[in-house]
Write a protein of this length. Structure first.
Length: 398
């Protein structure tokens, strides 16, 4: 039987629709090279729903450590009244109630290994000026493309997984470094103690001052019960430092209540795309721009040193990655017994904990002293008594 050729003029407009094409009937073999170009695709015809997960652009997530995976400072629970980190780049701050904890936990949604969790100790109703939030501060360079503060400001969308023991509406907000421009959006926890994926969209701010430097470009906040001083109308830009809308859940008022987050993403647009996966090394290096932990993993060795005198060892230290700014460097140990200068198969305990100077965004100098016994000109290295207990934190956090 001769093959029938169907020409385009034989087909009336709109005669063939997606309903008349069998699944899998059209594949790459049936489409000629360069047969479909931009002129054949209607504006907005291709949306995230039609795209495979692998089709999205890399480096679109402005949040660092959104999977809550990196925790250089350790995984022990912290007191959120200290405004501290449970994992890298994520802080919590509470001023209501007492005995709360903030930590990394292994309970997480499918596809993730960890989440961050607030557990309320003794709950209380917040006073007007109380703030209770989980947040990340984002560097100005990482949000400069948003053009906030100009007529070209882009809309952005936050997406994340949340699990809470208290159902209801919650505030998710962004604000600038001066705390005089903020926008509060809303998401709903529908089922208690169940992982749910949510998204919140923020229109671009055409006014205000938004830093495009190494300073704070933007904060993203998850409220769990701030006071009325931080309440504002929903989905609008306002001059202030606002976190929630009246009537939203006040989780901090309930003893033993919990809320957890994972898979956090902030990207350009109004439609959330699948979470951007990065390798462990990629995420760790991004975190180390703001915090780096120096410690020996197995041998307890820290850095090589030059013995300048019989009592002094010193050396320049090159950080793993360039820091956001000249950091604050702090040693943590049980005291002088936590540090040794090791050379010629001998370890000499220091007489004072190591000190740091000549600090910039790339390097610093570390100096350690002993009472006596070193040989000038010899090579050595600084080591710890216990890698878990003695370490150095290089901190350039926002």
């Amino acid at each position: 039987m001769p093959r029938t050729t169907i020409r385009s003029e034989d087909i009336t407009d709109d005669q063939i629709t997606t309903d008349t094409i069998a699944v899998g009937a059209v594949n790459a073999q049936e489409i000629g090279a360069n047969a479909v170009d931009t002129s054949e695709i209607a504006a907005n015809a291709v949306t995230p729903v039609q795209m495979a997960d692998s089709a999205y652009l890399a480096n679109r997530n402005m949040i660092i450590n959104g999977a809550m995976l990196i925790a250089q400072r350790g995984t022990a629970a912290i007191d959120p009244t200290t405004n501290g980190f449970a994992v890298d780049r994520w802080k919590a701050y509470t001023t209501t109630g007492s005995g709360h904890t903030f930590q990394q936990v292994s309970d997480s949604p499918d596809g993730f290994e960890h989440s961050i969790k607030i557990t309320i100790g003794t709950g209380a109703s917040p006073s007007a000026s109380n703030m209770n939030v989980i947040y990340q501060s984002i560097e100005g360079y990482n949000v400069s493309h948003l053009d906030f503060g100009t007529s070209a400001a882009l809309s952005i969308v936050a997406s994340f997984w949340v699990k809470s023991s208290i159902t209801g509406n919650y505030g998710c907000s962004i604000h600038n470094s001066a705390l005089d421009r903020s926008y509060v959006g809303q998401y709903t926890v529908s089922v208690a103690d169940t992982w749910e994926k949510k998204s919140v969209t923020f229109t671009g701010d055409t006014t205000g001052t938004w830093l495009k430097t190494t300073g704070v470009g933007m904060h993203i906040n998850f409220d769990f019960g701030s006071g009325t001083d931080f309440e504002v109308a929903l989905d609008t830009w306002v001059p202030g430092n606002d976190k929630r809308v009246s009537g939203q859940a006040i989780l901090v008022a309930t003893s033993s209540a919990t809320i957890q987050f994972s898979g956090a993403q902030l990207e350009v647009g109004t439609t959330a795309t699948p979470f951007e996966r990065k390798t462990f090394d990629q995420e760790l290096i991004a975190c180390q721009r703001y915090c780096q932990k120096l410690h020996g993993e197995v041998t307890n060795s820290m850095v090589s040193m030059q013995l300048c005198y019989s009592t002094i060892g010193t050396e320049g230290v090159l950080y793993y990655s360039k820091k956001r700014a000249a950091p604050t460097i702090t040693q943590y140990s049980a005291g002088v017994t936590g540090w040794f200068i090791h050379y010629e198969n001998t370890s000499v305990v220091v007489s004072a904990v190591p000190t740091f100077d000549t600090i910039d965004s790339k390097t610093c100098r570390i100096t350690a002293l002993v009472a006596s016994g070193l040989t000038q000109g010899e090579a050595a290295y600084l080591r710890t008594g216990n890698a878990a207990d003695s370490y150095i934190i290089v901190d350039a956090e926002l």
